[in-house]
Design a protein around this ligand. Structure first.
Ligand code: CDP
Ligand code: CDP
Length: 222
């Protein structure tokens, strides 16, 4: 049986950074489920569907084949055979993903793919519903969070490092909107699973969070 570590939490909590680092140390595969929702969002945008046109999304998602390959250990997302990984981090794609990920048919398709990946290999998988829905029997479940302000500061720093200027208040408002959508949607809302361990990274460095998760994993194997 493969070993599964699930990391859920709101946008900007540090899930992907930490999940990647934990996977590297444990020699597991890192599965970024947000990138799959983003690839589906990119597909919808390419079909000229706007975030408000939710009724068109279910039909349009049927023409999207999302698959995952690994290149030098890094996850690559293929959309109908095209590697779209480099286009997924745009704000426009993230905002669309936050709306389209509430569609039941889109979730059904992507959850199926995620379960196949987790059954095949030892994985650290991050997302919003991994511990609650995708992998209810995961060996370790972490709910990683940080205050909205801390998360906005981190996002701004990240954008500024890339030479993109940003307004902190706008980023924080965007984070609050996204949290609200993720937590209040009908299907698989973001919430802490009953058996998940809460890690608040507001005052923790990346190294500290990583060490804590590895400690929890080792404890679970005893
Ligand atoms: O990087 P960030 O936290 O902003 O987002 P992401 O993890 O790349 O996910 C993009 C969007 O996909 C999120 O806003 C969620 O609405 C959605 N998502 C989801 O619904 N379920 C998941 N397991 C992962 C992402
Ligand atoms: O995947 P998610 O949206 O949860 O967050 P992320 O993209 O991994 O992290 C957002 C930013 O916060 C990145 O620039 C990380 O380097 C930073 N971060 C941090 O400064 N301290 C932490 N303890 C965790 C993440």
């Amino acid at each position: 049986m493969s070993v599964n570590i699930a990391i859920d939490g709101p946008a900007g909590a540090g899930k992907s950074t930490i999940a990647k680092a934990v996977a590297k140390e444990l020699e597991f595969i890192y599965v970024d489920t947000g990138a799959m929702y983003r690839a589906m969002a990119l597909h919808l945008l390419r079909q000229n569907i706007a975030p408000g046109e939710e009724d068109k999304m279910d039909a349009a998602c049927e023409n999207a084949e999302i698959s995952i390959v690994y290149e030098d250990g890094a996850q690559q997302v293929l959309l109908n055979g095209e590697n779209v990984t480099a286009s997924l981090r745009k704000e426009e794609v993230g905002n669309m993903a936050s709306v389209s990920s509430a569609r039941p048919r889109i979730r059904e398709k992507l959850v199926e793919l995620q379960r196949v990946l987790a059954a095949k290999a030892d994985v650290v998988m991050d997302g919003r519903d991994i511990g609650t829905c995708v992998l209810p029997d995961a060996d370790v479940k972490i709910y990683l969070t940080a205050s909205a302000h801390t998360r906005a500061l981190r996002r701004c720093r990240e954008l500024e490092e890339k030479g993109i200027s940003c307004v902190l208040e706008e980023i924080e408002a965007d984070i609050n909107d996204r949290d609200h959508r993720d937590m209040t949607r009908e299907i698989s809302p973001l919430r802490q699973a009953e058996d998940a361990i809460l890690v608040d990274s507001s005052q923790m460095t990346i190294e500290e969070v990583k060490a804590e998760i590895i400690r929890l994993y080792r404890e679970s194997r005893k």
